[in-house]
Write a protein that binds this ligand. Structure first.
Ligand code: NAD
Length: 451
């Protein structure tokens, strides 16, 4: 049994049995057995089942949100958005089964058509930072395309995924179509990689584990989607609306206590606006409301664990602190929002993903330097560009190596637009129409019309 803790208090809020290897194999076997029947469900019926799943999730939004506050320490506002996002993603992909059409390609002597075939069993591996949305981004399109799914939540945050599996059954999903297996990454997750019966692994988590999963999948030429780490740049030019950029910079990095792969954790400010920007940022950071995540007014809750808090503190220990916000004292795994001044791009806090409420600030002189600094990272997940010059915004948006960029905004995720990383931030795209095809194989069939 694994104890589950409330990060805001440290209290044990439940115990979950870890799935062992034999039970993992049994669940994969059940998913493989369920596949032929699931892929054969008429598109309209599969769509109806997914819509019913979305409706059941919708009827349990408050319960799911409360569970996430308690298990993950997410603010109640965020947790409601996350539960609603699962509903929305299910609704969106419920529109897919009847629209998953192939093509007819002109050829001499016959007819050539393509089919989008489901892959089989898909293994979805989820991290602890966004347990609900990331689960949904995997299982909803996979199911819509006719695959069956086994899903492993993170060891620390299994409760909402387990509840979602119950809600799927309540909606009428047949046995074996969607199974949640709480347990260890090196047991359950690794089995998804090594089992011949799992035809694709959809992984979100650290770059180190992702690289290992990719290597494992290579042995079987197994498909893999990787959503990995980030160290995204928030680039502020002197011509920008500095007040708006400074007011929104804290939530762009401290949201979810900085445990966000899209966190804009490197702020680059044009030198002529550097001092003014830091002045404007200070009250926004000091006023950032870190409180009991169940409090409606909380903007940030605790970190996920004591280990994560200690890891974050290790980055701040030798750094130059500009200012910090405030946070409750223990119990619980609290850390105050912190702004660091980078001395150079070699600073550890500037280079590495901290995954906590810490942001580093560095000045730049011109556009070329901004691009070079933004791209001087192994990651490429998201980022923001603040300027009133449209041409510059577009030049930067093309030049920065990131899968998701926002101009005069920090918004990164919409379930109907693609999401994913460049470089070591990942491989493949989730969400939007393209994600659906990533859960299918294209089959080409030629039918001769010769007499
Ligand atoms: P992690 O890599 O330690 O774990 C992620 C998942 O992988 C967990 O479920 C874990 O049990 C499992 N796992 C661990 N070892 C495994 C193995 N050998 N084989 C198979 N599965 C294994 O990451 P984490 O600490 O849970 O999450 C934080 C990381 O996730 C950060 O780096 C963050 O940037 C990244 N992340 C990326 C995105 C994105 O969309 N790009 C989104 C959220 C989080």
């Amino acid at each position: 049994m694994t104890e589950i803790h409330n990060p805001a208090t440290g209290d044990v809020v439940g115990e979950v049995a870890a799935t062992d290897l034999a039970a993992t194999d049994a669940a994969i076997g059940l998913a493989a057995a369920a596949f032929e029947a699931w892929r054969a469900v008429a598109p309209g019926d599969r769509a109806r089942l997914l819509r019913r799943f979305a409706a059941v999730v919708d009827a349990h939004l408050d319960e799911l949100a409360d569970l996430e506050v308690c298990n993950s320490g997410h603010t109640i506002g965020n947790a409601r958005w996350e539960a609603g996002n699962v509903r929305d993603v299910l609704d969106y992909y419920a529109g897919a089964p009847e629209r998953l059409t192939g093509r007819q390609i002109p050829v001499p002597g016959g007819v050539d058509v393509t089919f989008h075939e489901p892959l089989g069993v898909v293994g979805v591996i989820v991290p602890w930072n966004f347990p609900m949305p990331i689960a949904g981004w995997g299982f909803a399109p996979a199911l819509a395309a006719g695959n069956t799914v086994v899903l492993k939540p993170a060891e620390l945050t299994p409760l909402t995924a387990l509840r979602l599996a119950e809600l799927g059954r309540e909606a009428g999903l047949p046995d074996g179509v969607f199974t949640v297996l709480p347990g260890r990454g090196d047991v359950v997750g690794e089995r998804f990689v090594t089992s011949e019966a799992v035809r694709k692994v959809c992984f979100t988590g650290s770059t180190e584990v992702g690289a290992r999963i990719m290597a494992g999948c290579a042995a079987q030429v197994k498909r893999v989607t990787l959503e990995l780490g980030g160290k995204s740049a928030n680039i502020v030019f002197a011509d920008a609306d500095l007040a708006a950029a400074a007011a929104s910079a804290p939530s762009a990095v401290f949201d979810n206590a900085g445990q966000d792969c899209c966190a804009r954790s490197r702020i680059l400010v044009q030198r002529s606006a550097y001092d003014r920007f830091l002045e404007l940022l200070e009250p926004a950071v000091r006023g950032f409301r870190v409180a009991d995540p169940a409090d409606e007014a909380a903007e940030m809750g605790p970190l996920i664990s004591a280990a994560q808090r200690d890891r974050v503190a290790s980055y701040v220990a030798d750094a130059r602190v500009a200012y910090t916000g405030t946070c409750p004292d223990g119990p619980g795994f609290w850390y105050a929002p912190t702004v660091l001044l980078a001395d150079s791009t070699a600073d550890r806090h500037w280079r590495e993903e901290i995954f906590g409420p810490v942001v580093s600030v560095l000045p730049f002189d011109d556009e070329a330097e901004a691009v070079a600094l933004a791209n001087d990272t192994p990651y490429g997940l998201s980022g923001s560009i603040w300027t009133r010059d449209v041409g510059r915004a577009l030049r930067l948006a093309r030049a920065v190596d990131s899968g998701n960029l926002s101009v005069n905004s920090h918004s990164s995720v919409r379930y109907w637009t693609p999401f994913g990383g460049m470089k070591r931030s990942g491989l493949g795209r989730e969400l939007g129409p393209d994600a659906l095809h990533a859960f299918t194989d294209v089959k080409n069939v030629f039918i001769s019309t010769e007499e």
